[in-house]
Ligand binder design. Structure first.
Ligand SMILES: Cc1cc2nc3c(=O)[nH]c(=O)nc-3n(C[C@H](O)[C@H](O)[C@H](O)COP(=O)(O)OP(=O)(O)OC[C@H]3O[C@@H](n4cnc5c(N)ncnc54)[C@H](O)[C@@H]3O)c2cc1C
Length: 359
């Protein structure tokens, strides 16, 4: 089915795509989101909303509705070394506290908000082909939809179809795999995130409400079986426990603008999950891409794409060293674990790192 031409078509309805769609629609652009999955759907994610997300959530006028979702409030992060030594860092409290909320709920709310603000949403539709058409784009979905738009936004995650179809996606080494499940919340787990090094990888844990724990396991393909065995024993999971999975965890960053194609969220740059910042970068890049899309359409300004590249880089400036450090710490559990054992004697160092991530 052919749709009327829109100003912006956004491929992917995760936090990047929905935020972008909400801001585009709010600024009066004819906006369409094409999302492969039927919502609500879960994602392989730690479900933790970094406090930096709150200002964007407020700009989308969603604060009360996010807080009304079942969630876990997180007031500290506990690191556990390979030798079982523990080290705790406090997280911000009050209005800017970190929370964990299931992605089915959070992403569902963001997409609903985009609809309320005027975006047309097609979920259950997978973009399979795209081509430049005049000064815009023509997209086709597997389900037979034909969509034309002036600006195309790739918000389709780390394995971006749009980037692949545009030959922008580098070959990725499947170096590590992440598994995730929601499991019954252990009694007295508390308001904490646990980041635990294990032989062959690490585990992240956070309560997402009063009865469920988000459990993530990250490791090389060869160690995933041992990580699952550890989790089964540690949390008393059934032998047939179901896991969601995703790979890769590391990927070369792509330039986020190519004329009237903008890449947002994981499609442009993937950060190390250990830092729990991906949703923030997704939402913020969606917001600044919406401003760029409006300029591209209304002012036909070629500066808009350059400005987007500049703001996109500024968003990461001074922060990527954290990502490098986190990657070092998790790719080698021995090194990461040893670092945190040393940090026990230098609590200021850990405070600095945690503050850098959550403020
Ligand atoms: C193990 C792990 C733990 C993590 N924990 C955290 C955490 O606690 N906190 C945090 O902030 N970040 C975390 N992250 C990172 C976070 O999950 C991502 O950064 C975030 O989901 C990126 O959002 P996005 O909108 O860019 O992409 P996604 O959330 O991946 O959304 C992309 C959307 O595009 C859709 N799509 C894909 N292809 C197509 C297509 N061809 N046509 C139509 N639609 C398509 C998908 O269905 C999907 O809904 C974690 C990541 C991992 C792997």
């Amino acid at each position: 089915m052919a749709h009327p031409i829109c100003d912006v078509v956004i491929v992917g309805g995760g936090p990047a795509g929905s935020s972008c769609a909400g801001f585009c629609a709010a600024s009066g652009l004819r906006t369409m989101v094409v999302e492969r999955e039927k919502f609500p759907r879960e994602k392989v994610c730690g479900d933790c909303l970094n406090p930096q997300c709150w200002p964007i959530i407020r700009r989308l006028q969603l604060e009360d509705r996010v807080r009304a979702l079942p969630h876990g409030v997180l007031d500290r992060v506990e690191f556990v070394s390979l030798r079982g030594r523990k080290l705790c860092a406090e997280l911000p409290r009050g209005g800017n506290a970190e929370i964990a909320v299931k992605r089915s709920l959070f992403d569902g709310l963001l997409l609903k908000r985009a609809r309320e603000l005027g975006a047309e949403v097609h979920d259950g539709a997978t973009v399979t082909t795209l081509e430049k058409s005049g000064c815009g784009w023509k997209l086709m979905t597997r389900e037979g939809d034909e969509i034309r738009a002036t600006v195309l936004v790739a918000a389709d995650g780390r394995n971006s179809t749009v980037a692949r179809l545009m030959n922008l996606l580098p070959r990725v080494a499947k170096e590590r795999i992440a598994l995730q499940a929601h499991i019954p919340l252990p009694r007295q787990f508390g308001n904490r995130i646990v980041l635990e090094w294990l032989p062959g990888g690490y585990s992240g844990q956070a309560p997402t409400n009063d009865h469920e724990l988000n459990l993530c396991l990250v490791g090389r393909p060869g160690s995933v079986g041992a990580l699952q065995d550890w989790a089964k024993k540690q949390f008393g999971l059934p032998a047939d426990q179901a896991w969601r999975s995703i790979t890769p965890l590391t990927r070369t960053a792509l330039s986020p603008a190519h004329d009237n194609l903008l890449l947002v969220g994981d499609a442009a740059r993937v950060v190390e999950p250990f830092t729990g910042e991906g949703i923030f970068y997704a939402m913020r890049s969606g917001e600044i891409a919406a401003a760029a899309a409006a300029k591209l359409i209304r002012e036909k300004s070629s500066c808009a794409a350059r400005e987007y590249v500049r703001l996109h880089a500024a968003m990461y400036r001074g922060r990527l060293w954290i990502n490098v450090l986190a990657r070092l710490a998790v790719v080698s559990p021995q090194i990461g674990s040893a670092f945190f054992e040393i940090a026990r004697f230098h609590p200021g160092l850990l405070r600095l790192l945690t503050r850098k991530i959550v403020s």
